[in-house]
Design a protein around this ligand. Structure first.
Ligand SMILES: [Zn+2]
Length: 291
């Protein structure tokens, strides 16, 4: 029996999945393209309820479902669905649907999405809420913290470059290259098989939610680690060579696409906590968590 992402078959909320839904909702509200959201989830090893990877259709289907606000569609009218506890509040859900139908309409107008170097990288250091670059500032909706985009970019870039030009980092990457992409691909498919088996067992109602979540979490961790090795191998393949000088040259080169720089950040940095200004100097406000 199939189930909607976020709930068990009998309608109980699965906390980890509900958290993912809320995070995806935040990203859409912040203007992140659904394609980029799918990439992020896949890179983190988060799968759909059936263990598949994410793409645009399952994400938009999930977000447009009135189940998210504890309702269902009855002949075009939303009515309460008391069997299903809500995951999102109605205001946000309505706004998300407006954004999604706008982007459906604009699909053929090739309107480029604005992208920042730090999209998806920063978090509020107080509560962990994702923080997004919007114009000249990086901020989270909790409004605990705020930073200038330019300052955040230069602080984080500086630390990133120190990291990726260090001998231990370059050696570790070389080891992963030597092990080869095929190795990591087979690790990923084994983890996928495991998640699929768990999803089937769970769908059949023979396992409890905690055992399911623990099993999936373990498989996802293995999968995520292999995914980031693969991503890293893919990024460093774009360097002229794997030496500190060439890495810096590549980063500084104007012809290096923003997407490639973002890919390097994503494969090296898990996230960056931004601390409140009054508790720290400008320099110490950005706490980088490496992968
Ligand atoms: Zn916060």
């Amino acid at each position: 029996m199939s189930r909607a992402y976020g709930w068990t078959v009998d309608g109980q909320i699965i906390d980890t999945e509900a958290d993912t839904i809320r995070r995806v909702a935040d990203l859409v509200l912040d203007g992140t393209p659904v394609r980029a959201i799918a990439n992020t989830l896949n890179r983190e090893g988060i799968t759909t309820g059936t263990g598949a990877s994410w793409a645009i259709p399952p994400i938009t289907r999930m977000l447009k479902n009135p189940r998210l606000i504890g309702k269902r569609d009855e002949d075009g009218h939303l009515v309460d669905n008391p069997a299903v506890p809500a995951i999102l509040d109605e205001d946000r859900w309505v706004r998300i649907n407006e954004i999604l139908s706008d982007s459906d309409r604009q699909k053929h107008t090739r309107k480029p999405h604005r992208k920042h170097l730090l999209t998806g990288v920063c978090r509020c250091g107080v509560c962990g809420e994702p923080a997004y670059p919007s114009g000249t500032t990086v901020r989270a909706s909790c409004s605990h913290v705020q930073a200038t985009t330019a300052t955040a970019e230069s602080e984080i870039t500086e630390r990133l470059l120190v990291r990726v030009t260090s001998r231990p980092w370059l050696d570790a990457v070389q080891q992963q290259i030597d092990r080869g992409s095929d190795h990591y691909r087979s690790v990923i498919s084994m983890a996928d098989e495991r998640i699929e088996v768990l999803a089937k067992t769970f769908g059949g109602g023979t396992t409890d939610a905690a055992a399911f979540e623990a099993g999936v979490a373990a498989a996802r961790e293995v999968r995520a680690e292999a995914e980031s090795s693969l991503a890293l191998i893919d990024v460093v393949d774009r360097f002229p060579s794997l030496t500190d000088e060439d890495v810096v040259r590549w980063w500084a080169d104007e012809s290096t696409p923003l997407e490639d720089r973002r890919a390097l950040i994503a494969s090296v940095i898990d996230h960056v906590d931004i601390l409140p200004l009054r508790e720290s100097s400008d320099r110490d406000r950005f706490v980088v968590h490496w992968r």
